[in-house]
Design a protein around this ligand. Structure first.
Ligand SMILES: [Zn+2]
Ligand SMILES: [Zn+2]
Length: 152
C-alpha cells in the first residue's frame, strides 16, 4: 500500500512540513498529560521517525517544557507541530493529527491509558485498547521502533 504524503503546519502558516512515510502507529492517548496538552479528552498521536518529517517552510523551534518534555513549535504563533518523549529522544516524533491538513486520514490503531478515559468517550469495536500502554499489533512497528532506539 502506497502512502500518500500528508502535509501539515502551524496556525499562522510560517511552519509547513510533510510526513513522507506512514506513521509507525497512530494512537489515541487518554493519559492525563495528553488531555492537558490537547485541552481535550484525548490526543491522537502519529508516531514517526523524525527524519521522515520534511520541513517545507519555517524553522520549528525546539522548546523545553516540564519534566524534560521537548517539542518543536512555530516561533511566531507558538503552535506545537510535533513532540518528543524522553524515552525516545529527538529521533522519534509524535505529531498530533490535528496539525495535519487531512488528519482524518490517520485513524487511531490503538487506544492507550483508557484508565483515565473520560467516561462519555466510547471506544470503537475492533481497535485494541489498553489500561496504560500496549502493543497495537501493527505490522513492522516493532522493527521501526527498535531501529530508532538502536541508533541511539
Ligand atoms: Zn505559526
Ligand atoms: Zn498520553
Amino acid at each position: 500500500m502506497t502512502f500518500i504524503p500528508l502535509e501539515g503546519g502551524c496556525l499562522c502558516g510560517a511552519v509547513r512540513f510533510r510526513m513522507t512515510a506512514a506513521p509507525i502507529v497512530t494512537h489515541a492517548c487518554h493519559c492525563r498529560t495528553c488531555q492537558k496538552v490537547s485541552g481535550s479528552a484525548f490526543r491522537i498521536n502519529a508516531m514517526i521517525e523524525t527524519d521522515r518529517l520534511e520541513v517545507l517552510a519555517g524553522e520549528p523551534q525546539l522548546f523545553e517544557g516540564a519534566d524534560g518534555a521537548r517539542d518543536r513549535r512555530c516561533g511566531q504563533c507558538g503552535l506545537v507541530v510535533w513532540s518528543f518523549l524522553p524515552k525516545f529522544g529527538e529521533k522519534m516524533a509524535f505529531v498530533g493529527v490535528g496539525v495535519l491538513d487531512e488528519g482524518e486520514r490517520l485513524r487511531p490503531q490503538a487506544h492507550y491509558f483508557i484508565r483515565s478515559r473520560h467516561p462519555w468517550v466510547s471506544l470503537p469495536d475492533g481497535v485494541p485498547a489498553f489500561e496504560t500502554l500496549g502493543d497495537a499489533g501493527v505490522e513492522g512497528a516493532r522493527e521501526r521502533v527498535m531501529a530508532v532506539l538502536g541508533a541511539g
